[in-house]
Write a protein that binds this ligand. Structure first.
Ligand SMILES: Nc1ncnc2c1ncn2[C@@H]1O[C@H](COP(=O)(O)OP(=O)(O)OP(=O)(O)O)[C@@H](O)[C@H]1O
Ligand SMILES: [Mg+2]
Length: 247
């Protein structure tokens, strides 16, 4: 994780403390701030690192499928269930399950996840047989879950189960001091990935970028750096920024 701002240092310290435990972690922050990266680090620095890290994008799975996706099913549980199938919780046994975009999960799926967290056991769809699972749960959302709770869209009991440790990833606009090292980091990474000669950004180019409004956060910054490397000159100049990345 690149960054030396106070906000990022605090997050790194928190990861160091939290990762070796089994405490559940809820990561919040807007789009592209690095929530997924934080979740990966928590797993990598835990004693579970050699077991699977299983990611579930709760927003991408239709609500009628999420139960089977998370908990698996037995043959005949529904029309297309032609054979027994394990779900993501079983796949993550001894490791970490990352429930990404948890704020988009339906209320009925939330109820099932709550049970899995309370009892550390699950059952596949179509059977009552319990299966014990040893899984560390990390969740993330870009939604304001307090607001979702007030509006009746998110279960408060589930919130309190998930948010034992709360990590708030700050917006890039709130830690602009990290922008220069992030630009250099991405410039190195992108040129080496694409097998092109290293490129530097002029100081003026960097200052200009530092003042931009980064609503898309780190992901947006990375895209802009990539664009400037492809389109800009040998040394990426202030004019390149104005020409190819004006806001
Ligand atoms: N501190 C950081 N140092 C280096 N790279 C970072 C950092 N934070 C984020 N990134 C990179 O920025 C991109 C976006 O990060 P990530 O996918 O973790 O964000 P996110 O918060 O999960 O986004 P979304 O809300 O859209 O799912 C990724 O390519 C990630 O590797
Ligand atoms: Mg993400």
């Amino acid at each position: 994780m690149v960054g030396e701002s106070e906000a990022i240092s605090n997050i790194k310290d928190m990861i160091e403390k939290v990762a070796p435990t089994d405490a559940r972690v809820l990561i919040t922050g807007s789009n592209g701030t690095g929530k997924e990266l934080v979740a990966h680090w928590i797993h990598e620095k835990s004693h579970r690192h050699s077991a699977p890290f299983i990611e579930v994008n709760c927003a991408a799975i239709p609500s009628e499928l999420i139960e089977s996706e998370l908990f698996g099913h037995v043959k005949g549980a529904f029309t297309s269930a032609v054979r027994d199938r394990a779900g993501k919780f079983e796949a993550a046994n001894k490791g970490t399950i990352f429930l990404d975009e948890i704020g988009d999960m339906s209320l009925s799926a939330q109820a099932k996840v709550l049970r899995a967290l309370q009892e550390s056991k699950i059952s596949r769809v179509g059977t009552d047989k319990d299966i014990k699972v040893d899984v560390r749960v990390v969740a993330a959302t870009n939604k304001d879950l307090q607001k979702e709770i007030e509006e009746g869209k998110f279960r408060e009991d589930l919130y309190h189960r998930l948010a034992v440790i709360l990590i708030k990833v700050p917006a890039l606009n709130d830690r602009r001091d990290d922008i220069p090292i992030l630009i250099n980091h991405f410039a190195d990474k992108i040129t080496s990935e694409q097998g092109i000669a290293p490129k530097v950004f002029s100081n003026k180019a960097i200052s200009l970028l530092k003042g931009y409004d980064w609503t898309g956060n780190i992901r947006e910054l990375r895209n802009v750096v990539e664009r400037l490397i492809i389109l800009g000159g040998k040394e990426v100049s202030e004019d390149d920024v104005k020409l190819f990345a004006s806001k």
